[in-house]
Design a protein around this ligand. Structure first.
Ligand SMILES: [Zn+2]
Ligand SMILES: [Zn+2]
Length: 432
């Protein structure tokens, strides 16, 4: 995400843009939402700090899931637990029947040792891949889960005025990737399927009070290639007597970069990074193998296939020319996240109404990955970005120093509540 400089935000300031043009019931709903959020904000901050102090790694979100399920139950929602392991579904049925919309929040933390010095900093430790590590909500999923519970709280109080159903999806295992796809596979929408899904992700480069959005592709396909260049090995002083897998692999690393610059349309964003290269032991032996791993980032189903073909052809032909053998495993991972343009435009209008135009900022897409994309394959979906950057802070998500401005929580709850209600209205009216 690009850094954006914006004006400071005054929490709870009731901003209405051209309020005279708004229908009375919309003004009324905004005022009610704002009032409830103001009332529950301190409690939501306490909830967030509790979750932050008790982070859980992907697939192990039992405590967090229990907090969510207990909250949903207390609010009178229909609750299903144990979806994709620890996933929770809350179903809020309005007083009158109508269309269905959904909000997703992810619950998992990262294997990072927190170093923020905050009074509620995590001291939790765990073992991941045989290595002991700290555990930290360094990607803001504590905020996402809190916003999910906050929106459920506000809408449950407005239930009498809702014609339709709102689904609240607390998702496990986003960071390890797999939670979203598994929830869908295990029938999270078996009984009730939303016409649109929404989510938020914290943004570490915008202050609280700001929402960012990207229409269309917002995050990339995350694909991978693992390959090994194989030879018989030999004496380092006699390279012509064998195939040197280090030289062959080095040619491939460079060729893949040249391929991106010379064979891919510059408008089709593509990144190939060889992030792992292992070969050899000592200087006087030509090793018998080089093992490499690459990540490949693109947008769209067509582009990921085109790039795969080019990568496979490049690797195979360099090996052929060098007389090396090669084994290659190529995997399509999380698909690109696509923000439905109509859904984005409508949500942006709502956010502008609530926060003011200057605080709703169009951003550029990134090449990171997000498994919210799997929801977008089931129905139109939108992920918005919630400013939480504390004044003067520079730490990014996935850093041990990442801290969030908690004023963002109330902003997220206000905006997402209004966005969900707006979508229900539009679906009932038959527009979009
Ligand atoms: Zn993350
Ligand atoms: Zn995240």
């Amino acid at each position: 995400m690009k850094r954006t400089t914006l004006t400071a935000f005054v929490p709870f300031l009731f901003v209405l843009v051209s309020s005279a043009a708004l229908p009375a019931q919309v003004r009324d709903a905004d005022r009610k939402i704002s009032g409830i959020v103001q009332e529950i904000a301190p409690e939501l901050i306490a909830v967030r700090r509790d979750i932050h102090a008790h982070p859980e790694l992907s697939t192990q979100e039992t405590r967090t899931a229990a907090l969510v399920a207990d909250r949903f139950t207390a609010l009178g929602l229909e609750v299903r637990t144990g979806i994709a392991g620890t996933g929770v579904l809350g179903i809020l049925r309005g007083a009158k029947p109508g269309p269905v919309v959904g909000l997703r929040g992810d619950m998992d933390a990262l294997p990072i040792t927190e170093d923020t010095g905050l009074p509620f900093a995590s001291t939790v430790r765990a073992v991941r891949g045989g290595i002991e590590t700290g555990v930290m909500h360094a990607c803001g999923h504590d905020i996402h889960t809190t916003v999910l519970m906050g929106v459920a709280t506000v809408l449950s109080r407005l239930r009498n005025e809702i014609a339709g159903t709102v689904l609240f999806v607390a998702q496990p295992a986003e960071e390890s990737v797999g939670g979203a796809a598994r929830m869908i596979r295990e029938g999270v929408f078996r009984d009730v399927k939303p016409a649109a899904m929404f989510s938020l992700h914290v943004d570490d480069s915008a202050p609280a009070g700001v929402i960012k959005y990207v229409p269309g592709y917002v995050m990339a396909n995350v694909d991978s290639a693992s390959f090994s260049i194989l030879s018989q090995g030999g004496h380092a002083a006699d390279p012509d007597a064998c195939v040197d897998p280090i030289v062959v692999a080095s040619q491939i690393v460079i060729a893949l970069q040249v391929m991106v610059s010379r064979q891919i349309d510059v408008r089709d964003d593509t990144v190939i990074t060889v992030g792992s290269f292992h070969a050899g032991t000592v200087s006087n032996i030509i090793p018998e193998r080089a093992d490499l791993k690459a990540t490949i980032r693109t947008y769209g189903d067509d582009q990921r296939k085109i790039v795969r073909e080019k990568i496979e052809r490049t690797i195979a032909n360099i090996c052929e020319a060098s007389g090396a053998k090669v084994t290659l495993e190529y995997a399509f991972g999380t698909p690109a996240t696509y923000n439905d343009p109509a859904l984005t435009a409508d949500a942006v209008a709502v956010a502008e109404r609530i926060l003011g135009k200057a605080n709703v900022v169009k951003d550029t897409p990134g090449m990171g990955g997000e498994d919210f994309s799997y929801f977008g394959r089931e129905m139109p979906a939108l992920m918005l970005f919630l400013g939480v950057q504390p004044k003067g802070a520079t730490a990014k998500v996935h850093s041990p120093y990442f801290a969030a401005d908690e004023d963002g929580i109330a902003v997220g709850v206000r905006v997402m509540t209004a966005v969900l209600l707006d979508k229900l209205d539009r679906l009932r009216a038959g527009s979009r």
